[in-house]
Each structure stands twice: as C-alpha cells, then as structure tokens.
Design a protein around this ligand. Structure first.
Ligand code: SF4
Length: 577
C-alpha cells in the first residue's frame, strides 16, 4: 500500500495545474477514469469535467484512476482499495464517486474500481446499506458511450448524465447539496425536471419471450425520455488544465476548437450524438492557447474535422506568425491543403493520419464518406513531397454489403496511396511507412446503422487475413488490427440492455473471463443481431435530439447509395438544430 501511495504522491508532484481545488469545500467528489493515469490525463473531456466540478465553490474534486496493468493483480491479491490522487483517500470516503465513461471497454474496469474500494456495485444494495446507516457515496457516470446507451450500466449507477457536462453540472450539484433526505429513494423527485439527468432506478422494463423489450415504464415520477444536454458555444473551448510528463503525448497542450460534426458519416456515434456543430469563438481560442503556452510549447488541436471550424484559416496564420508548432489527431482528405501540410511538417510532425474507412466506391456512398480517388492521389502526392515518415490509414471491416471485391479494394487503395506518396516524393522516393489499421465495424446506437447486424468473429478474421497477406512489411506497409474479440464485446455492450448487468458484474468480480463470456453464442447473437425497424431499443430512454425517423431515412439512403450533404444554414432536417 505504501508503494502505491508513494507512486500517487510522485505523480501529483510532477503535475502543473491551472486548477486549485478547495479541500475544505463541503462536498467531496472523486472523478474516476477507468484506465491508467497516462491515458486519463490525455483525455480532454476528463480534464474539463474536473475543472467544471472544481469551479463550484461548494465542491472539492479529486481524481482516481485504474491501476496500471502490472499492478492490477496486486490490488486483487492484497485487497487494496483505489486511492484518489490528490488527497490519497479511498473512494468510499467521498460523497460522490463520478465516472467518466467514453468507451464501452472501460465499463468493467469502472465496476472493478468500485469493488476494490468496497463500494457495492449495485445501486439497489447501496440503497439498502444506507438504510442500515452504512454510508455509501452517490455513484454517477457520464461520457458519450454511457449517454448514448446507459442501460447496460443502469443497475450500477444512482445518477447518469446524458450528454455534455457544461450545462448540467452546476444545477445537479445544487440539488444534491439542497436535499435534506440523504436516502437514495428520492433522487428521481429531485431531478425530475432537470434535463440531462437520468435516474435508472425510476424505470422498469418488460421483455418478451425472445428477450426483446416489450415496454418501458416509470415506476415513480420521471420523464418519459431523458433529453441529451449540450454545451452552449459560449462554454467552449475546452482546453487542458493539468500538465504532466507522465501523460500520453506529454509535449502537447490540448484544445478543442469545435464540438460536434457537420459531416454525416452514417456509422459514427459522435457525428450524430453531438449535433449540431458548435464553434468556439476565435478570441476565446486564442486566450486559451496563450494559457496553454505557459506550460507547453506545442498544441494539440482537437475537433472532428478541424478545417470545418470557421476560425481555422486565421488560426493557421496566427500559428505561423507566432511560430507555434501544433499537431492534429486525424485529417479529412478533402480538407488538406499545402499550407496545412507545410506547417505540420515545420511543427516536426512525423506522422499524418487519415481515415478512408473503405477502398470501395459503393461503400463510400453507403457510409456517406465519399472522396474521389483523384483527390486522394493529389493529397498523397503533397504528403509524399513533404516526406512525412509515416502515413496512418484507418479502414473499417465488416460493413454491410462488403463482398470479396470490397475487401480486395482495401489493399488496392493502400497501394495506390503508396504510389501517390512515391510520386509526390519525386526523385527522393518516399522513404516512409504506410500503416494500416483495420477496425471491425461496430453498429452503434443513435446512428443510421443502429439496426444492422454486426459481422461475426470468423468473417472478420478471414477478411483481416486476406488483407494481411497482400500487404507485406517488406513492401513498406505495416498492418495492425483491433482485437476482434474486444470489438464483439464492445458491440454487445453498445446496444445492450439491463440484462447484461449480471454478466458485467461477473466480469468485474473475476467470476468469468471475457473469453468465457464470448463463448456464450446465444448471448452474442441476442445483442449483435439485426434489429426490427419498429423495435423498442434499450437506448430509447434517451432523447438524442436527432429524430429516429431521420436515422431510418439515412439508413435507407445508405442502401440506395445516396449521399447526404454536410450540415448547412437554416436546416431543420435531423431535429438537432
Ligand atoms: S438540423 Fe441540419 S444542420 Fe442541424 S445538425 Fe441536423 S442535419 Fe445538421
């Protein structure tokens, strides 16, 4: 235990922070990220929520993380609780334990954090414990994955935040502070009229003999659906507030230029679930950059498509004039120009990342991400001319209608890209690597593809194998593939319901392994199957602002190969504006 506390102390000492938490504040919150410290600290959403909590005068917000992989066993063997980073207290000594859950794969680790900390996993058990004068913290969660479909984790949390944190954190804390009755029975009454707050215990479900939802009803006063809340433009931009050499990309100061996405990629949860596109104001971005530059010499610019932010040309001029190096996470091919590449090269970026998703023209239209090859070739020639050391390409595998030819088109597209890079490099020849990542397509809730069946393990493995034999490392390619088993588990959870809670609990308590769970074919089929057009989905408890009819229309347009243009002025089409 002493070694763990010492490690936390050392990590804290290496941090520089724009935030001064108030340890004497009456309400003690620990914000938990169910992954290792270095990953958590590179997550801008996590850092920003930490800032939002600590801005409330009545709140002291600390942080906690999942142990590093090599330490996990020690926690189990020695029965150690998770300690917070700053006050180094076990999680069960806080008033609120709040989880940031942006990835389905983090759910089990979140439950393990509760279990390590002697907090009963199930909200119902904690409720009974409170009656007997045990004192358990309120356990809550937020983040895009849990907001889109809170149901697989509904039995574990007292409160869930649906949507973005900015508009809801303060009124939520106000109501928690004001409540006289500390039992967990009345939470639905306290939050009944507060948008974005979901109290799972206020609802019950009925299922048919096939395990599909027959009906959902509120067992005590609660809204029919929980409206997704979203930040106003004046609450943007979010930017990094804690700086440490121990985080991933330690050289970068992170800033989000815009929230949401104008494009309408039909597979993308973030694209639909963060609509509409909202820009941060240019002067506020510059102010935030000035703060970041006191701690970092390079910026990490974050946005779904950075060039869609209207201030981007002016920002490029500013960064060039002030000689501020920067990086971007991924580039949209049609948004690349000479100046952007030149500045990225001057900023000492070694890698450029694109996500073509597919090599097939028909599938490009299916997913609504169409780029013609002459544009790709033109951009890759420019990239080759700048001699970036690596070009990363992301492709999806297992899209519907992906026949043998469409699979073959991935290596064909990668080779054409490599040829264009070499042409661009001219006499110097392109010396770099083309790295290809193959990711299984996972149908997500609140996308146009929420009705689709997910491809099975065998099909995905065969496709990956076929591509791997065609692109050899000796030819300048590196091929990576996401874990198929993890993708399948992700697929199960993404469109899961409350019946998964027993399985998630068993995984968290190490009573079964992921491999054992994935052998349960009936369970896998139940959740990865094609959905009926009118079926009641577990995630229907959420009102995402984007209408279901719009998504259905988009699904049909996909089947017809019809393109939907990006968001535009005076549009009311999807319901989000
Ligand atoms: S209403 Fe139109 S502009 Fe607004 S998010 Fe939807 S598609 Fe985009």
């Amino acid at each position: 235990m002493f070694a763990i506390l010492k490690k936390l102390k050392e990590a804290r000492l290496k941090e520089k922070s724009l935030i001064s938490p108030e340890p004497e504040a009456p309400l003690k919150i620990v914000l938990c990220f169910p992954n290792r410290y270095s990953v958590a600290m590179a997550n801008l959403g996590f850092q920003w929520v930490y800032k939002l909590f600590n801005e409330i005068p009545e709140v002291y917000c600390d942080r906690a993380f999942y142990p590093d992989p090599e330490e996990e066993l020690i926690y189990f063997q020695k029965n150690l609780p998770i300690y917070s980073l700053e006050s180094r207290k076990p999680l069960n000594q806080f008033d609120i334990v709040a989880f940031s859950l942006s990835f389905e794969m983090d759910y089990v680790r979140a439950l393990k954090m509760l279990n390590f900390s002697r907090i009963p996993l199930r909200a119902e058990i904690r409720k009974k414990g409170l009656d007997k004068k045990h004192s358990y913290p309120l356990v809550m969660a937020g983040g895009i994955a849990i907001s889109a479909n809170p149901e697989p984790m509904a039995d574990f949390f007292d409160i869930m935040v649906i949507g973005e944190a900015e508009p809801v954190i303060e009124p939520m804390i106000e109501r928690i502070m004001e409540r006289k009755d500390k039992s967990l029975d009345n939470l639905n009454l306290i939050f009944e009229d507060l948008e974005g707050i979901y109290i799972p215990s206020a609802y019950q479900y009925q299922y048919d003999e096939q395990g599909r939802i027959k009906a959902r009803s509120a067992i005590s006063p609660a809204p029919e659906q929980v409206l997704r809340v979203q930040a106003h433009t004046h609450q943007l931009p979010a930017y990094q507030v804690i700086f440490t050499p121990e985080m991933e990309f330690p050289e970068l100061g992170l800033i989000e230029l815009a929230r949401g996405c104008k494009r309408a990629c039909r597979f993308c949860l973030a694209g639909y679930f963060t609509r509409p596109f909202r820009s941060a104001s240019y002067p506020k971005v510059i102010q935030a950059i000035e703060k970041l530059l006191s701690y970092r010499s390079q910026l990490g610019l974050i946005s779904a498509v950075i060039s869609d932010w209207e201030g981007f040309p002016a920002l490029l001029d500013y960064l060039e004039r002030e000689r501020i190096p920067f990086s971007v996470s991924s580039l949209r091919i049609e948004a690349v120009n000479q100046k952007l590449l030149e500045l990225l090269k001057k900023s000492n970026n070694k890698t450029i990342t694109f996500a073509p998703e597919t090599g097939s023209k028909a599938l490009q239209r299916y997913i609504n991400k169409e780029v013609n090859f002459s544009k790709i070739a033109q951009v890759m020639k420019m990239v080759g001319a700048y001699q970036f050391e690596k070009v990363k390409l992301y492709y999806l595998l297992g899209l519907p209608g992906e026949d043998e030819l469409a699979v073959e088109e991935i290596p064909i597209s990668a080779r054409r890209i490599q040829t264009a890079l070499q042409m661009g490099a001219g006499k110097k020849r392109y010396p770099g690597i083309v790295e290809i990542t193959l990711s299984p397509f996972v149908p997500k809730p609140w996308t146009a593809f929420q009705w689709l069946k997910m491809a099975d393990e065998k099909e995905l493995m065969e496709k990956i194998k076929r591509i791997k034999v065609q692109l050899k490392p000796g030819q300048g390619f590196e091929i990576k593939s996401d874990s198929i088993r993890e993708a399948i588990f992700q697929g199960v959870i993404a469109r899961g319901d409350r019946n998964l809670s027993n399985w998630l609990e068993k995984l968290a308590l190490n009573q079964i392994s992921l491999s054992q769970l994935l052998k349960n074919q009936a369970l896998i089929t139940q959740y990865l199957r094609e959905r009926d057009p009118e079926e009641i989905f577990p995630w229907d408890i959420v009102d995402p602002r984007v209408k279901r009819e719009y998504l259905w229309k988009e699904f049909n347009k996909a089947k017809q190969g019809k393109i939907t243009p990006p968001c535009r002025e005076n549009c009311k089409e999807c319901g989000a504006c």
